[in-house]
Write a protein that binds this ligand. Sequence first.
Ligand code: NAD
Length: 544
Amino acid sequence: MTFRVLVTDEIDPEGVALLAAAPGIAVEEVPTLPKDELLRRIGEYDAIIGRSATHVSDELLRAATHLKVVGRAGVGIDNIAVDTATELGIAVINAPAGNTIAVAELFFGTVIGLLRHLPRAYESMHAGTWDRSTLLGTELNGRTLGIVGLGRIGSEVSARARAFGMKVVAYDPYISESRFQALHVRRAESLDDLLDETDILTVHTPLTEDTRGMIGQRELNRLSPDAIVVNMARGGIVGEDALAEALNSGCLAGGAIDVFVKEPLAPDHPLRSTRNLFLTPHIGASTAEAQRNVAVDACAAVRDALVLGELSRSINVATGEPGRWTELSPVRTLVRRAAAIGRAVLASQSGTAVGRIEVRGGPSVAGSRDALVTSAALGALDAVVEHDRLNMINARTMAEERGIELSFTETSDNERPGAYALEVRLTGGMKGITVGGVAQGTYNGGTDGGCRITRIGEFMVDVCPRETLLILTNRDVPGVIGRVGTVLGDAGVNIAEYHQARLAQGGEALAAVSVDGALGSDLKRQLLALNEVSSATVITFRGS
Ligand code: NAD
């Protein structure tokens, strides 16, 4: 059998050659095809590989009667109708890692450019002047680099920074201690700790609810006026208005931005006239090597998917116990949401990164242990990793890459017919938390996911984890529920369920509040401002 692969959008020839050399694959290379022609031809192919120019739409996928794989030579999958592909059983494969070095190198290019005034030096020489007095620079050597997000790119930046003689400190609550040690990077316990000692701040996190606006006016003011701030990750992680204001008012020495909230950046955007700001038009991945890497990665993964049936690189294919996928959907949802709760509570109450996740369940779910630990990994990584890169296939690897150990323990608990009781225990350093719940044996859809949370740490609760769960710890005194309700009510937040639990009268208490819609960080601050409330954790659930 020969698989026919359509390569479009000028994929680097090294990737195409790799496919062409594979036995059982016939490659056809075409330029970016007009929509109608592609629609007419797509039924002949088993795979299509492209970059961003070809729109792999719902219509195209439905016309692609033989298509098994869509390959994207790059990270972004905005041009692919992934939900339709999943529905049709078509694997979608992208190449997220090939541009890591390109971004790390651009970071040093722009920072040295800023410190040594290279754009001005270049312009002054071309303008016929010889003005050395205004070009006195500073060095990287001996300065402290503060990295937010010690993933692929953050790690490569850290290694190069050490070669420049810099001190490196990083804030990434989701990376294990052993990874910090292996990279010789000092861990900052909080973002504020990092800001207090940083000369050059750089963000390398995904854009998530937690990281959007993470570096705003307050954070920029906390930095020294000699500091430099760099965003080569995603537009909006560093607040654009706040950065412009800090640079224009002299509260910050310099900045470098490669990514913007809205791209392309408007010709008259205020950032363009901000002083000491080195702007580049999202060229982090624009090197010949990165383009070749992503082409080779994507083509190799498409080849393996077709020839070997290897789908571990697919972003949309889920695994599970054969024949029980639908039946166990509430159990996977329970485990995923329990892990998300445990991760958030560990992070907010003790700043601890998860090092180990153990799922505990009875014999009737033990056969699905792989899918369950993967679901727990998904839950623990949901708020940490960009959503379009995380699924049932890759969550386990992603967790393990972050140094998180995953395990399943079969319990001998008596099981009630039609209900599954499970616990997820997360540990990090000396801290640990167990979150447990019950999942239905049959589930007809709906936003509750068919499960309830019955235990958070030592507290016995009974609450359905719907869209958003708010967890408060407070002193057990009269009136707290009313005051919390008033804060939420005044903000127009609808409470679906409110469960208050305590260990002893007058002692520590915990409230699990399931609410409709999202909760903003302002609201969290208002809740923390209540005298009795000692911690507030918000978990927004994604996926089931
Ligand atoms: P990665 O997933 O390998 O690493 C991201 C790291 O951020 C992880 O270690 C994660 O634990 C950490 N993190 C997540 N939330 C955090 C939080 N709230 N606080 C602190 N740390 C947090 O990703 P990567 O491949 O290193 O990419 C990093 C960023 O760079 C992404 O946003 C990616 O889209 C972007 N990127 C930009 C370009 C460009 O052209 N400029 C090219 C490639 C990647």
